[in-house]
Design a binder for this molecule. Structure first.
Ligand code: C2E
Ligand code: MG
Ligand code: MG
Length: 327
C-alpha cells in the first residue's frame, strides 16, 4: 500500500476529488472530513454503473414494484390495501435499496421519470385488482419522497396515472414520510394540497419518528397516519409506550384520521397494537412485500368480510367506511 506522501500530481487530485464527492453525497455534509481509501474508488465505480443503468432499468423489468398487503383486523383478517414498494434488482450489483434508488434518481435527473413509472404501474395494477374484486374496498398506496413532492411534475404524473388506469382518485393514497417532510415548507404543502384536490388521499408515513404533533395534523390535508414500526416495537416492550400509542390512536379517531400500524412482525406485536385500538396493520406477521401475481392469488383466496357477532368487542365496520374521511 502506498502512503499519501508517495502519491503525487493528478492522482492526488483525483483522490481528493473522490473523497470530496463522497463527503457531499454519502456523508451528505460538504464540511465533513473524508479521508481517501481505495474502497471509495469501488463505491464510485458502482455508483457510475448504477447511474448509467438507471434509465434502461425502467424499461427492462429490473426496476419493478412489490406490493405489501395492508390488513384490516376485525372479525377475521381482510386485505384492504396494498403499499407499492419499488425494487431494483441490478444484474451486477444485486438488490439496490429503494432509498438508494430514489436518491440516485434525484441526483442523476431521473426523478420525475422514476416517479411516473412507479405511480403509473401502481395505478394500473390497482385498477386491475379492484376490477377483479370490486367489493373488497381495496386501496393502493404509493410513497413520495420530499424531492418528489417538490417537483412540479409529480401532481401531473399522479393525474395522468389515474386517467390512464381508469382508477378513481379515492383509491390512491400517497404516503409522505413524517421523518423527511418539513410541514412548513411551502412547495411541499402546495403539492399536498394539489394532490388532495385531485381526490387522492394522503397518509403521513413513519409517524412517531418526526416532530409532528397530532394537533398540528389537521392543518395538513392528510387522511391518516402510519405508525412507525419503532412505536409498534416500543409499545410491545413497555406499558408506558403502549399507553402513549393508545392516546395517539384515540386522538386520531376523534380527529377522524385513519391509523395504520407498520412493522407488525409477531402475534405479540399484533395483540399489543390491537389493545391500542388500531385495526389496520401491515407487517411480516401477515405478508411481506410480494409480486403482483402473489397478491392476485391472495385476494382470490380471501373470503368475503363477515359481519361480527353483535355485541362483539371488535368493530366490523366495512374497511371503506373505516378509511374514508368526511370531506
Ligand atoms: P416505508 O414506506 O416506511 O416502507 C416500509 C418498509 O418496511 C419497506 O421497506 C417494507 O419492506 C418494510 N417492512 C414491511 N413490513 C415490515 C416488518 O414487519 N418489519 C420490518 N422490519 N420491516 C418491514 P423497503 O421496501 O425496503 O422500503 C424502505 C423505504 O424506502 C420505505 O419505507 C420508503 O420510505 C422508501 N420507498 C420504498 N419504495 C418507494 C417508492 O416507490 N418511492 C419512494 N419515494 N420511496 C420508496
Ligand atoms: Mg410507506
Ligand atoms: Mg413507513
Amino acid at each position: 500500500a502506498d502512503s499519501a506522501s508517495e502519491v503525487e500530481g493528478m492522482e492526488l487530485v483525483r483522490r481528493a476529488d473522490v473523497a470530496m464527492y463522497h463527503a457531499k453525497r454519502v456523508v451528505r455534509d460538504e464540511a465533513a472530513f473524508v479521508r481517501y481509501v481505495p474502497e471509495l474508488d469501488e463505491s464510485e465505480a458502482r455508483r457510475a454503473d448504477l447511474a448509467r443503468d438507471l434509465p434502461s432499468s425502467l424499461h427492462d423489468g429490473t426496476i419493478y414494484l412489490n406490493y405489501q398487503p395492508i390488513v384490516f383486523v376485525g372479525a377475521g383478517e381482510q386485505i384492504v390495501g396494498l403499499e407499492a414498494l419499488v425494487r431494483w434488482n441490478h444484474p451486477h450489483h444485486g438488490r439496490i435499496s429503494p432509498e438508494e434508488l430514489i436518491q440516485l434518481a434525484e441526483e442523476v435527473g431521473n426523478r420525475d421519470e422514476l416517479y411516473s413509472f412507479i405511480v403509473h404501474r401502481a395505478a394500473r395494477d390497482a385498477a386491475e385488482l379492484i376490477a377483479e374484486h370490486p367489493d373488497d374496498g381495496l386501496f393502493m398506496t404509493v410513497n413520495a419522497s420530499p424531492a418528489e413532492l417538490r417537483s412540479p411534475a409529480t401532481v401531473d404524473s399522479v393525474a395522468a396515472a389515474l386517467a390512464a388506469a381508469g382508477l378513481p382518485a379515492e383509491s390512491l393514497f400517497i404516503e409522505i414520510s413524517e421523518r423527511l417532510v418539513d410541514p412548513d415548507e411551502e412547495a411541499i404543502v402546495a403539492t399536498m394540497d394539489a394532490l388532495a384536490d385531485l381526490g387522492v388521499k394522503l397518509l403521513l408515513d413513519d409517524f412517531g419518528q418526526g416532530q409532528t404533533s397530532l394537533s398540528f395534523l389537521h392543518q395538513l390535508p392528510v387522511t391518516g397516519i402510519k405508525l412507525d414500526r419503532q412505536l409498534v416495537l416500543n409499545s410491545a416492550e413497555s406499558d408506558t409506550e403502549r399507553i402513549v400509542v393508545e392516546s395517539i390512536v384515540g386522538l386520531s379517531a376523534r380527529l377522524e384520521l385513519t391509523v395504520i400500524a407498520e412493522g407488525v412482525e409477531t402475534q405479540h406485536h399484533l395483540e399489543t397494537i390491537m389493545r391500542t385500538g388500531c385495526r389496520i396493520v401491515q407487517g411480516y406477521h401477515f405478508h411481506p412485500p410480494l409480486h403482483l401475481s402473489k397478491i392476485a392469488t391472495l385476494l382470490r383466496h380471501q373470503s368475503r368480510p363477515v359481519a361480527a357477532p353483535s355485541g362483539g368487542p371488535v368493530p366490523a365496520a366495512a374497511p371503506a367506511a373505516v378509511l374514508s374521511r368526511p370531506a
